[in-house]
Write a new protein. Structure first.
Length: 463
């Protein structure tokens, strides 16, 4: 069977078998879902971000997943062959002191995929000491911005917006200095970036422990306000260690939004630029990680997260030949929602893992429903013996009616509609499992989809 243009746009679909789904057993507990295409509830925000994929060319995935933001490093570090500035004794004003070739190549690939970079300016974990000369460091950062946004040293006019100062300053792995030394670094570097591009967005400090109040959260925000420094975005990281709850990111984002607003920083963006499930959890299959990611992204649509970049583990997203795995295809399923950016009302999803979102195109001829059925492991549904304040409290959840779905999709007009269903589970990697022609305006769909599972339903008007 030939795939049409719509199928290609949806993602890199593996056609392993198309036909009627098997009959459901009478005792399969199905979730009742209603989708009302005439009831607009919002507009899709650009939440398809990712960390740059290393080792292989990720362009195919970036395009299939409609990635809009990719976090990369502007490494300023001696001994790194890919670093932009390696000799800290060199003249910061001399173009010959810079090596832009590797990062130029990376940024060009990002732009060709239709995305924009989020540039982290700093060093790797192998050189966590504060720069010896903060003024020089700031001037180097200024020239990096000049190169990419103002054409300096045979550069570009990319209008790159996001510039992040350092990485996880609250972690000794990445910053061995004092909070005050970080404040000084942020002060000088932020001013230097804006001197190169007055409309750049400057932020940090890429918190590794976003729930911990103290010098790198409240006191950093106080420093920014007292010194009238820009903080266009507050960046933070979180991996759901010892919990694997996909709703945790939305919970943390609400706390950080409260803190920002209390400090008079209501316009500061809330940016989650490293996140995932527990990377060391051995019991999670690829399908479980895919449904975790899809559920988390759907929840983020309803929370105060302004941008995100997913951080894959080494074994996720792309194989040795660059073919997306289940997690990569989950990102593609979420990214496909950009074809239906008008969010419409759904009833039946929950905040426990069974996540549902839906959208329609501007011309009301294309409709998509994304269902992600994820279930937190039983071992994480009881309180911790030792309370860890760096982690959100575990939730006491009881799962019900999550063996699949019984969906009624109310469309704007009668007529013929082509219906396609794509699935990710332990035996399917974004496979087209069913397609049919149905008569609207009300379409009824029923299928088993036990956890872990992700289903993308694509409905196209044919007349």
């Amino acid at each position: 069977m030939k795939t049409n243009a719509t199928s290609i746009a949806i993602g890199l679909v593996v056609m392993l078998g198309i036909g009627a789904l098997p009959a459901l057993a009478d005792d399969v507990p199905l979730r009742q879902i209603t989708v009302d295409a005439d009831v607009k509830v919002g507009v899709l925000r650009p939440l398809s971000g990712i960390q740059a994929v290393g080792g292989v060319d990720g362009t195919a995935l970036y395009k299939a997943a409609r990635i809009d933001l990719i976090r990369i490093d502007a490494v300023l570090e001696p001994g790194d062959a890919n670093a932009i500035f390696t000799d800290m004794s060199a003249d910061a004003e001399n173009p010959k002191s810079y090596n832009f070739v590797p990062s130029d190549r990376l940024v060009a690939s990002i732009k060709s995929a239709g995305a924009e970079p989020l540039f982290r300016i700093g060093r790797s974990s192998g050189a966590a000491n504060p720069p010896a000369d903060l003024d020089k460091f700031a001037q180097i950062a200024r020239h990096v911005v000049l190169h990419y946004n103002q054409g300096w040293d045979k550069g570009f006019h990319y209008a790159i917006r996001y510039w992040e100062i350092w990485n996880e300053a609250d972690s000794k792995l990445f910053w061995t200095g004092s909070p005050q030394e970080y404040y000084a670094l942020y002060d000088k570097t932020a001013r230097a970036i804006l001197s190169a591009d007055p409309i750049a967005l400057v932020g940090g400090p890429a918190l590794s422990k976003p729930l911990i109040a103290g010098p790198y959260r409240e006191k950093f925000l106080d420093f920014v306000r007292w010194n009238r420094l820009p903080l266009d975005f507050l960046s933070w990281h979180f991996f759901t260690v010892d919990g694997n709850d996909p709703y945790a990111f939305t919970t943390i984002a609400r706390e950080l939004r409260r803190v920002l607003d209390a400090h008079g920083l209501g316009s500061t963006k809330n940016v989650l630029d490293e996140w995932n499930a527990d990377p060391a959890e051995p019991a999670m299959s690829k399908a479980a990680r895919a449904s975790f990611a899809a559920s988390a992204l759907i929840y983020m649509l309803g929370g105060p997260i302004d941008a995100q970049t997913f951080s894959p583990s080494d074994a996720e997203l792309l194989g040795s030949k660059g073919v997306p795995d289940e997690v990569g295809h989950a990102l593609s399923a979420f990214g496909s929602l950009k074809s239906t950016p008008v969010l419409i009302r759904t009833i039946g999803g929950d905040e426990s893992g069974f996540a549902v979102t839906a959208g329609r195109s501007q011309d009301r001829r294309l409709f998509q429903v994304l269902i992600s059925n994820y279930q937190i492991a039983t071992k994480y549904l009881r309180p911790r013996d030792n309370w860890d304040t760096t982690l959100p409290e575990r939730r006491a959840l009881q799962y019900h009616d999550n063996g699949g779905y019984d969906a009624t999709i109310n469309l704007p007009a009668p007529g013929k509609y082509q219906v396609k269903r794509y699935r990710i589970n332990d035996s399917s990697n974004f496979v087209l499992v069913d397609q049919s022609t149905q008569i609207g305006p009300s379409i009824h769909l029923q299928a088993a989809l036990p956890p872990p599972g992700v289903e993308l339903i694509v409905i196209s008007a044919t007349n």
